[in-house]
Design a protein around this ligand. Structure first.
Ligand code: J2J
Length: 548
């Protein structure tokens, strides 16, 4: 396994192999098999048209050859930062053909995050979209490169003439032979890519997912949902996220010969247009996205009748929202997806009763997923009571990348991942998410680590103490609120604080959306800042503001 990663214990791995859930073959092998089995089938659609399985496979071969020719080698790590455009999928599989491991960065990430990933992994290349959403990714890439000696290669979408950049458009046209004779990586235990964790720590953790575990995760999701060649999956949520990528996402669709459509924006009209144009049957969405779609006055102008499944996840879909989705999209069932980049995927099933579909967040997709609901001492809580969900299984990691110390707490001694989610068991055996223990803000499905932002805010000269907490929001579910105790005589405004934070060059979605100045913080019996009291305080304040 890649250095810095924790393998499954040998006897456990043997069981997963002998039970057939882990199979030989890489993600690239899966695509190649698809290209052999159903070469002409529509595979990947975006605004520029549709590629068949054979065409996509051929393109990935070419690009893989070009990557090798540029000097990338098996087990090199690269920063992959592309939006939902066809190059995302082409590059993703091209890297897997040659055993190169991408860090699945988001287009929203900026210098600070990328520099950290580059430094942690020793990344050799950065692959980005030129000018996406008007941002100068090339300038950022060069700056990141300046601080990362191993990062010698830049790849940009489109074409151009910068001598230090290789361009994907000509690479996709090149009839490269460099990969011929080269056998795609086929060790099922090898790491395929590094996902980003939702994060509760000062710096984001990277999640190593192997070919075998991810293919199993994706395949079993597709099977539970009954996907087949008639399925058309739409990725409008960022494809680099576990939800849209595979669980249950793009890889799950491609594993069963389904079609994948990509939409590079989550604007309601763009999503509607993509559904209509590609006759989409499956739409994954966060509650925030589905609310935006339902609130859009333009919905009636599009033909959305192809939709069969609306998967809602990333945040809890309340029963009332479930009802609204059902009433709005006739012909489609809303299903809960309660998953995590670390592994475990829970889904409600198309054949669950309406009550189970409405009230629970589903159950694990694999019979080999072992989960427990425990109290603070690690003992199982009585059935039906709330506790922390811990889990291990054939596609849940045993450790974060290069995070030995953190891993000692994030996993139990017997290999269970502590999800930080508070759940209870529904009488049907499904899970109901009740809250969480982890210190983060879940902003419309995008996770923000409180500690990461607190550390940055603390470096502001006017700040003496800070606590960042979630405040309720009708659309995003949560937004972040910074409580600050200012230094003697100093003042601070939200605009001033955010201007300061932007100089730290972080993803914009992490900025606090409200600032509350206090003289002192409420504390717990242990003398620690009580975030619970702060959350209640801001929730109460918002309620009275709304009532006024
Ligand atoms: C409540 N909380 C949820 C849900 C995620 C499918 C869907 C989502 C993710 C994802 C994913 C929730 N109800 N339906 O990877 O494959 C919160 C929990 C969880 C955390 C994980 C997938 N769905 N959550 O959101 O790694 O707190 O994955 O532990 O981004 O989101 O976040 P992330």
């Amino acid at each position: 396994m890649l250095e810095g990663c924790t393998p499954w214990p040998e006897e456990v791995a043997r069981d997963y192999l002998s039970s057939g859930c882990w199979q030989a073959g890489s993600l690239a092998d899966m695509l190649e098999a698809g290209a052999r089995q159903w070469p002409e089938r529509p595979c990947l659609s975006d605004n520029s048209g549709t590629l068949s399985y054979a065409e996509l496979n051929r393109l990935t071969e070419r690009v893989a050859g070009e990557f090798l020719a540029a000097g990338l080698q098996p087990r090199d790590i690269v920063l992959l930062q592309l939006p939902n455009i066809r190059e995302f999928v082409i590059v993703f599989f091209a890297l897997h053909r040659i055993g190169v491991v991408p860090v699945m960065c988001l287009p929203a990430h900026r210098h600070s995050e990328l520099a950290y990933f580059a430094q942690l992994t020793g990344a050799r290349a950065h692959i980005f979209a030129q000018g996406y959403r008007g941002y100068d990714f090339l300038a950022m890439a060069r700056e990141v490169q300046a601080g990362a000696p191993a990062l010698t290669l830049l790849f940009a979408t489109g074409s151009g003439t910068a001598p230090d950049v290789r361009y994907l458009a000509p690479m996709m046209e090149a009839a490269s032979a460099a990969v011929d004779g080269e056998k795609p990586l086929a060790d099922p235990g090898d790491v395929a890519f590094l996902l980003l964790s939702g994060g509760t720590t000062g710096v984001p953790k990277l999640i190593p997912r192997t070919h075998a575990d991810y293919l199993y995760n994706a395949r079993i999701c597709a099977s539970v949902l009954g996907w087949d060649a008639g399925t058309v999956f739409l990725a409008a949520l960022p494809a680099a996220h576990n939800f849209a990528l595979g669980a249950p996402g793009i890889i799950a669709a491609l594993a069963v010969g389904a079609g994948v459509a990509l939409c590079a924006s989550t604007d309601a009209e763009d999503v509607f247009a993509a559904i209509e144009r590609h006759r989409v049957t499956v739409l994954p969405a966060t509650p925030a996205l589905i609310i935006a779609l339902m609130n859009s006055p333009r919905r009636e102008q599009y033909d959305l009748s192809s939709l069969r499944q609306i998967l809602v996840g990333g945040q809890r879909m309340l029963p009332e929202l479930f009802d609204r989705v059902r009433g709005t999209f006739a012909g489609a069932i809303p299903l809960h997806a309660f998953g995590m980049a670390e592994g475990l995927t829970n889904l409600t099933r198309p054949d669950d009763t309406a009550a189970v579909q409405r009230e629970t967040q589903g159950r694990p997709v694999s019979p080999l997923d072992e989960f427990r609901i425990v109290d603070e001492a690690g003992a199982a809580v009585p059935a039906g009571e709330v506790g922390e969900l811990i889990v291990r299984g054939p596609y849940t990691i045993r450790g974060y990348y290069r995070a030995e110390e953190h891993n000692r707490n994030a996993f139990t001694a017997d290999g269970y991942f502590r999800t930080g989610d508070l759940v209870r068991l529904h009488p049907t055996g499904n899970l109901v998410v009740d809250g969480r223990m982890k210190d983060m803000i879940n902003r419309g499905g995008e996770k923000i680590s409180a500690e990461e932002i607190e550390n940055l805010i603390l470096s502001h000269q006017a700040v003496q103490m800070v606590a960042v907490v979630a405040m309720p929001d009708p659309v995003m579910g949560e937004r972040s609120c910074a409580f600050v105790i200012a230094k003697n005589g100093a003042t601070l405004t939200l605009a001033g604080l955010n201007e300061f934070l932007m100089t730290k060059r972080i993803a914009k979605f992490k900025l606090p959306e409200r600032l509350e100045l206090l003289e002192s913080f409420p504390v717990t019996a242990m003398g620690k800042v009580s975030k619970k009291a702060l959350r209640e305080r801001i929730a109460g304040k918002l309620q009275s503001e709304n009532a006024a």
